[in-house]
Each structure stands twice: as structure tokens, then as C-alpha cells.
Design a protein around this ligand. Structure first.
Ligand code: ATP
Length: 483
């Protein structure tokens, strides 16, 4: 299923009393995830990755913009109606249930109808959606009434059109009078009433191990509960075993989560997300609680499962290596905005900005303050490359990948255009890692990777440069300058 975001924006209101400014966490995101692809949302802490994922899941409502799953707009649909599987970094398994029961949970949990009736906060979020679209509700109900429909038929129309439960729709229909203001007023008091009930319910839920965010949104399991599909016991058993087999935890079905390793627990969480055969899988830093070895193993597992099932997947991470290794495409984000969206290698080979260049690659790209002068690129007094494009003289950032430096017998003496001061040489098996410095460098050292057959010792070293590993970026906008 293709996922499409159109101008998606989320602004959190500030609180002047507490000196909290308004924050635009996600700023006009436009992008498409192709059917069956794994997209990585990559960026530094606070850039808006999780907020984007929460809006895709329905746990947070956008301030503006739209979300489409295939042809269907889901912008204001509650999570349980989106056909998604969600996995969070903290796998939030039920400790008192076996693995089998944990995976079974989404299949046998409460119906939406019951949820909305039982939980004021779900009703509240549904009501808020209705209020936001009050005019449309009013028009719909006026038309239904004019058509001579019964109150029950009106309620059914309303429930279908606004994806709310029938029980809530039945409560709203009698509120509707001839005039819109009256309707809004009555709907608002219904909202107030449900807000009051919330506090009691929050506590009751917390005791059941279900977590609520500050705004009263139901996080983790609760909100991902789906409509019960009236499956038989055998059908449920078959689905559980299929999901368990996919993530290779069949042998642990009778254990409790505490009897599993972190990686195994995360696989249970993935099985639980997959058991309802979602069309979209959303993963929020699912590997961050695992140790280094398990991270690599589990990320490969996630890739295998994603490819086997062909589920369109969005994966949030701040780890560029993780994103590079498993994603079809990476969306690099900064301050709520999209910086670049492309295949990992494409971003690595062709970063469109200094930000994208710095974010991908390990060791990171080496950055210098340089200039274009008389059609050539200079670092200090050394002319390192000639420009093929006609460019005006200007200050620029010069960024060179660690593998962009050639030394010793790898390059002709006349091509050795840049002299660095080598301070340390580390042998890393196949490669040598050189720490170097240069008067124009950004940061406190440069990190180069060269072939371990070369003889490198601390002191000044002259390098030739691989042109396709050298990038220029504007001093002001930090955008790529092709030279
Ligand atoms: P991390 O990698 O640290 O999880 P992130 O990229 O996922 O970060 P978000 O959690 O999406 O970032 O947050 C984006 C911005 O929105 C941050 O500046 C954050 O402080 C702000 N923010 C998030 N939730 C709220 C909220 N409920 N109220 C106000 N501001 C918020």
C-alpha cells in the first residue's frame, strides 16, 4: 500500500506561563512511500521523526495537511481503523501473559464500539474530529433528515462518513437541531463531560499497564486495538503461529516475556504488530534498546520480514548506519523539514546539502572552509581542483569523504594537491585510519581511510583527491554547488 503525505504539518501550542514557545515539529512534509518499500526517517533528536510517525499512525492529529494510504485519506482516522502495525522502542509486552497470549491480544481485544463507549478519551478524540468538521456534519445530517431518514439511518451515515462508532453517532444525532450554533454548543458540552470522566479512567488504565500521554491520548497497545473480526479459535491459533514463525519465535510461545532476551522480546512485539496482517508497518526506533550485536541481527531480521511480507514500512531512526543498511529509501529530516529523500547510496554519493552530507557516512565526511577563486577550488593556498562549471568567486564549504584521499604509490606526485598534518595512524585490518589536521578544517580533526598496504606515518602527507568524493556547499544556504 502506497503512503502519501501532502503538506503534513504539526504545531504544538506553546505555554507562555511556562515560557514554552510554540513548536512546529513537522513542517509541510510532502513525500510518497512506494508500495512494499521500507522508508527510513532519519535525523537528529527533535527533528520531528516520531511526530511524523505518530501522525501516520493516528496517535497524533496533524495541524494541517493530509495522509493517504493508497487512495484512501486517513488523516483523521483513529489508529484502529488504519490497518497499521506499530512497534515502539520499548516493546511494551504484557509481562503477565505468555508470548502466545501477547501475540493473540490484538486479535481478541475489544471492539472499537466497546472501546469508544467504555473509554471517554477515545470518545473525546472522535468528538473532537466531529467538532472540527462540524459544518460538514451539519450538512450531512440536514441532508439525511431532508431525505426522510430515520435517526438510526442518520447515525449510520454519520458513523460511516466520519469513521466514528455507531454508538457515538447515535449520541450526536439527537444533539443536532436546525441551527449550527446550537449543535456546536451541545456537542461541546458533551466533550466537556467526557473530559471530566477521563481523569478517573486514566488511573484505571494505568493500573492495567496501559499508558496514556499527557494529552490523554492512549499510547501503545490501547489505541492499536482493532475491530474484532470474529475469528474462530483455530483461525486465531493459525494466525499466531504464522506470525511467530515469521519472526522465528515459535519455540518461545509458552514463555513469559521476562524469560526472553531483548532481541527475542522485540521479535514478539513485531509478531504482535504483524498478526493482524497490517497494510502498513510503523517502527519507532525499534532497535534502540538492544546491544550492538543484537541490533545488527534484529535489523537484518526486520529487513527479511519486511521483504517476505512486502508490507510498506516506515522506520524511524537517528542511526545513519542502521538506515543505510536496511532502507530502500531514506528521508533525511532537519527541524521538521525534509532535507533529502533518495536511496541510501544516492544520498551518500550525491548529498544535496551539507546537512545530508554530514549525516550519512561513517567515519563522517571531512569539512573544510575553502573558496572558489578564478575557476578553481582552494583550501588555504593550495589549489585542489579545477572547476568544470563557470562559478563566481566565493567562500564555500569543501567536504571530502574519508575514502576520497589518495596517497603514496596510489597517486602521481603532480596530482598530490593537498597537504595534511597526520597526527595518528590506526590499523583497522583492511584499512588504515589516519587522523589528520589542516588549518582550514571544521571541527578538531579529520578522519581519513586509506588502504592498509600503504605506508603512513605521522607528519605531513600530500594527497591527491578523488573528484567524485569532493563536494562543495554554499556558505549561506549550505546547498550543494556542482563544480
Ligand atoms: P528523538 O529522536 O529525540 O525521539 P524526534 O525527531 O522523534 O526526536 P519529535 O519527538 O518528533 O522528534 O519532536 C519534534 C519536536 O517537537 C521537538 O522539538 C519536541 O520538543 C517537540 N514536541 C514533541 N512533542 C511535543 C508536545 N507534546 N508538546 C510540545 N512540543 C512537542
Amino acid at each position: 500500500m502506497e503512503i502519501k503525505l501532502v503538506g503534513l504539518t504539526k504545531t504544538f501550542p506553546g505555554n507562555p506561563k511556562k515560557h514554552i514557545p510554540e513548536t512546529t515539529a513537522v513542517d509541510h512534509l510532502d513525500f510518497t512511500v512506494k508500495d512494499g518499500e521500507l522508508l527510513g526517517l532519519l535525523g537528529p533528536s527533535g527533528c520531528g521523526k516520531s511526530t511524523t510517525l505518530y501522525m501516520l499512525s493516528g496517535l497524533k492529529e496533524p495541524t494541517s495537511g493530509q495522509i493517504f494510504f493508497g487512495d484512501r485519506e486517513v488523516t483523521f482516522l483513529p489508529p484502529e481503523k488504519r490497518g497499521i502495525g506499530l512497534v515502539f522502542q520499548n516493546y511494551a509486552l504484557y509481562p503477565h501473559m505468555t508470548v502466545y497470549k501477547n501475540i493473540e491480544f490484538p486479535l481478541t481485544s475489544l471492539k472499537v464500539e466497546e472501546n469508544e463507549k467504555d473509554f471517554a478519551f477515545l470518545k473525546e478524540s472522535a468528538l473532537q474530529r466531529v467538532l472540527l468538521q462540524a459544518k460538514e456534519v451539519h450538512i450531512l445530517l440536514a441532508k439525511a433528515k431532508k431525505d426522510g431518514k430515520s435517526p438510526l439511518d442518520c447515525a449510520e451515515d454519520l458513523a460511516n462518513a466520519f469513521s466514528i462508532s455507531l454508538s457515538l453517532a447515535k449520541e450526536i444525532v439527537p444533539l443536532f437541531e436546525e441551527d449550527l450554533e446550537d449543535f456546536l454548543c451541545k456537542a461541546s458540552s458533551l466533550l466537556e463531560e467526557s473530559k471530566k470522566k477521563q481523569a478517573e479512567e486514566k488511573e484505571a488504565l494505568r493500573q492495567k499497564g496501559i499508558e496514556l500521554s499527557e494529552e490523554g491520548e492512549l499510547l501503545r497497545e490501547g489505541k492499536t486495538r482493532s475491530i474484532r473480526r470474529n475469528l474462530s479459535k483455530d483461525e486465531i491459533d493459525a494466525l499466531i503461529r504464522e506470525a511467530a514463525k515469521l519472526v522465528q519465535i515459535t519455540e518461545f510461545l509458552e514463555r513469559k516475556p521476562s524469560e526472553l532476551s531483548g532481541g527475542q522480546q522485540q521479535r514478539v512485539a513485531i509478531a504482535r504488530a504483524l498478526v493482524k496482517k497490517p497494510k502498513v508497518l510503523l517502527l519507532d526506533e525499534p532497535l534502540s534498546n538492544l546491544d550492538a550485536r543484537l541490533r545488527i541481527q534484529t535489523r537484518e531480521e526486520i529487513r527479511r520480514i519486511q521483504q517476505e511480507t512486502g508490507i510498506t514500512t516506515v522506520f524511524v531512526t537517528h542511526d545513519q548506519e542502521e538506515a543505510m543498511s536496511i532502507c530502500d529509501e531514506i528521508l533525511v529530516m532537519n527541524q521538521g523539514k525534509m532535507v533529502q529523500l533518495a536511496a541510501p547510496q544516492e544520498i551518500y554519493r550525491n548529498p544535496n546539502s551539507l546537512f545530508a552530507a554530514k549525516f550519512l557516512g561513517n567515519p563522517p565526511i571531512n569539512v573544510f572552509h575553502g573558496r572558489i577563486q578564478d575557476g578553481a577550488v582552494y583550501l588555504g593556498e593550495e589549489k585542489i581542483l579545477a572547476c568544470k562549471e563557470k562559478l563566481p568567486d566565493q567562500e564555500v564549504y569543501v567536504a571530502i569523504r574519508p575514502e576520497g584521499f589518495l596517497m603514496g604509490k596510489e597517486a602521481k606526485p603532480k596530482d598530490k594537491v593537498l597537504t595534511l598534518q597526520c597526527t595518528q595512524v590506526l590499523t583497522q585490518g583492511r584499512d588504515l585510519c589516519l587522523y589528520c589536521s589542516h588549518p582550514s578544517m571544521e571541527g578538531d580533526r579529520l578522519k581519513l581511510v586509506v588502504d592498509s598496504d600503504l605506508d603512513a606515518t605521522p607528519g605531513p602527507i600530500s594527497f591527491a583527491l578523488r573528484r567524485n568524493k569532493v563536494f562543495l556547499f554554499g556558505k549561506e544556504d549550505q546547498k550543494r554547488i556542482l563544480f
